[in-house]
Ligand binder design. Sequence first.
Ligand code: G3P
Ligand code: CA
Length: 277
Amino acid sequence: MIEQIFAHRGASAGFPEHTRAAYLQALADGADGVEGDLHLTADGALVLIHDDTLDRTSNGSGPVGAHTLEELCGLDFTSWKGARIPPEYGRVGEQLLTLDGLLDILAGAGREMALALEFKYGELFDPALVDAALEALGARGWSAARSMAGKVQVSFMSFHPEAVKYLSGHVPAAMLCQLLQYAETGAGRELLANGEALLDDGAAHLAGPGVAYLRANPGNAARWLAAGRTLRVWTVDTAEDLQLCLDAGVAEVTTNRPAAIRAMLGRAPSAGGRRPA
Ligand code: G3P
Ligand code: CA
């Protein structure tokens, strides 16, 4: 049974990913939680951006980490998507979010929300990003015991096994997700083997395969389920992929289309939800 629907980078099918608009739409769509990717700016601010660089999702360019928060706030993170932002979802200059800004949005949901924070790395793990996030969460009352920041339940995710190992010293295993991306060979395959071992060892209790991984490795998913792990699968946008998840005993799905997945599951449309134009 699907227990939680996470909006992947917000409701990012209709609105530019990781923006205020995408997250406000996720709340309106009735998502149980939201997912987001963290990067550090040059001056140590935590911002929600997927790529290492600005080029794909803004009118800026170069590494995120080479710019200050003030510089990033001057960029347009919306126009690349071509979607109109309704005025109630904020001005263009208000669309980039910090971790604090996202927590404020979730705190205003009027219900308990889940937040799945992903720590993005290239090949090398550096604890600075995790440390900064834990400090920011701590300032909002988060503690490892309950992993709640107010009414927001926070879980932690990474593809990088070194990051997951480091996180396991600071957050409960039940709130720690080893992400798994299908790979047959090369550095990706090595990373994957290390991540699979962490799930087998119980360092992380949330197994986070992509749809392609789940399809190719049903035995691993079944083994983790039998060992009491929870499956959280990304990115589940179609009826076919949702059925794959249901058949595999997946409890949590991450989707760009939370309202559509709700409808496919027969959940009533969210009260007060508005659809993207
Ligand atoms: O939720 C996990 C998923 O977000 C991982 O992939 O590339 O979209 O960050 P990516
Ligand atoms: Ca992500």
